[in-house]
Design a protein around this ligand. Structure first.
Ligand code: 4AD
Ligand code: MG
Length: 473
């Protein structure tokens, strides 16, 4: 094909007077003359000026919203308002037609609910173009952050033979004939005859395998898909989501908190530096959307101010015990406004409590540590008090929990929690041979993208969301 120049390059440099070929999709075509073209490299469109006397009626008729077009011409300073340069077309070729009667994306505002139903086309909208450019930047920034620090990117398995993490319900992986599975003497499905000779699942977390690597390579991280078959139909849960799990030998809980805070700020800053137009667009989108809402449901700050604020302030760090005190004596608790009232130490915190602490009480990101051992996983390190574990959850405004992590137990609690010894032999081995203090955490990637884009439904920040009752595409 002809060599194309990306719009991002064309619109950002001083290229007046030369001839260029551009390719993209038609946003609009006004007065049979002004074609707004977008190729996804940037939010901006290029105005292609089409002199209708120079082109065949048959070509002009095919320049319709959604059509794929190639245009060649000279870049000139624009006479009109709204753009600085435009391309005066010498040649136009229609690469792919789009029937304007049938194309679902009209040049008007569509609801997010409608766009979710046509997720295969929603990439073409300004909103989703911005979201997915930002998603890319954030993913890249995470790799850059860890690489620059000397961490090793570790690929944990997607299919796992262990069910030890206990992070949630798992999806079974099998190639047995489900209509006629082999049975053992007791009439149960005989997984010895299954593909792997045992029962297997999709992973809920790469942590346990990352720990094995960290106890040799010192500093590793995973970044991969994880799967949870919980029936959580919320705007914060997906059945398939991406998680970043650093694991560091010789780190304690404090080091773990420092790493998490530094990483989150780094990624937010990276997106602010690399996606200013997308952020500006999404900020205005949110302001428009929130005009419909009552004052008390609107975001306290515009998107970019919120991100700046997050960078400029230390996260509030406090123990679970102090948080319970604050919650117990809080107005909503006393007035019975929490769905789950806080009575006693030991209660598991619900999203409403987390959001109260972050949005109403401290008004900034919060790191909660030292949770009761009963409500946290077996691998978290027991504290001296024998009641709490060295856990940490990072809570963000508008989101709630964005990170969960801990310093890891080196031995003691494994016994107490009664985890299956044969199945976990490999894990226990690392505790037997040269164990050491280590810590790590898991960042839910989509929750971070919710925060930086100001979107409110997690189904809008992953290309093809999987949730109960939905696995389209
Ligand atoms: O708190 P979680 O369950 O922690 C773990 O899986 C640990 N193994 C992590 C570690 O220490 N290495 O999950 C970690 C994060 C949560 O804080 C949340 O941001 C996200 O993963 N998350 C989800 N995101 C979207 N949909 C879901 N169903 C999620 N469940 C957890
Ligand atoms: Mg958690």
């Amino acid at each position: 094909m002809a060599k194309r120049t990306k719009l991002k390059v064309l619109l950002n440099a001083d290229k007046i007077g030369s001839s260029y070929t551009v390719m993209g999709w038609v946003k609009t075509f006004r007065n049979n003359q002004f074609l707004a073209l977008n190729d996804g490299s940037t939010l901006k469109t290029l105005q292609v000026v089409v002199d209708f006397e120079k082109f065949d009626e048959s070509i002009l008729k095919r320049i319709t919203t959604g059509a794929a077009v190639m245009a060649t011409g000279i870049l000139v300073e624009s006479q009109g308002r709204g753009q600085t340069v435009e391309l005066v077309a010498d040649q136009i070729e229609i690469l792919g037609d789009s029937d304007p009667e049938k194309y679902p994306l009209q040049p008007k505002k569509h609801s997010l609910e409608f766009l979710r139903e046509i997720a295969h086309l929603r990439f073409r909208t300004n909103t989703f173009g911005s979201i997915f450019r930002i998603r890319h930047s954030a993913a890249f920034a995470i790799h850059k952050f860890f690489n620059d620090k000397g961490f090793f990117y570790m690929h944990s398995p997607i299919i796992t033979g262990s069910d030890a993490e206990g992070a949630g319900e798992m999806f079974k992986v099998t190639n047995l004939d489900l209509d006629n599975p082999p049975k053992d003497e007791d009439g149960n499905i005989d997984y010895k005859k299954d593909f792997f000779g045992k029962s297997t699942n999709l992973t809920v977390s790469g942590q346990l395998e990352a720990e094995l690597a960290a106890l040799a390579l010192s500093e590793v991280y995973t970044f991969g898909p994880t799967f949870r078959a919980e029936n959580s139909n919320t705007s914060r849960h997906l059945a398939e989501f991406w998680m970043i799990e650093p694991e560091v030998a010789f780190n304690d809980l404090e080091d773990n908190m420092d790493l998490a805070e530094e990483m989150l700020k780094y990624v937010i800053k990276y997106v602010m530096d690399h996606n200013p137009e997308d952020l500006e667009f999404l900020e205005n989108r949110l302001l428009q959307e929130e005009k419909q809402k009552p004052q008390n449901e609107r975001s306290p700050m515009p998107l970019r101010e919120k991100l700046e604020f997050c960078l400029a302030n230390d996260f509030e760090r406090l123990t679970y015990t102090r948080a319970i005190d604050i919650l117990k004596n809080s107005k909503p608790n006393k007035k019975g406004r929490f769905q789950f009232p806080i009575d006693d130490w030991g209660a598991d915190l619900q999203s409403e409590h987390e959001r109260f602490l972050v949005e109403k009480h401290f008004k900034k990101p919060v790191i909660l540590i030292d949770y009761p051992k009963e409500i946290k996983s077996f691998y978290m390190r027991m504290n001296e008090d024998d009641k709490t574990v060295a856990a940490m959850d990072v809570l963000f405004p508008g989101i709630g929990e964005i990170i969960g992590g801990s310093q890891r137990e080196e031995e003691k609690r494994m016994e107490e929690m009664d985890i299956p010894k044969e199945e976990m032999q490999w894990f226990l081995d690392t505790r037997k041979f040269g164990t050491c203090p280590h810590a790590g955490y898991g960042l839910g990637f989509e929750r971070l993208i919710l925060f930086v884009t100001g979107m409110t439904n997690i189904r809008d920040v992953i290309p093809f969301p999987r949730f109960p009752g939905n696995a389209e595409f």
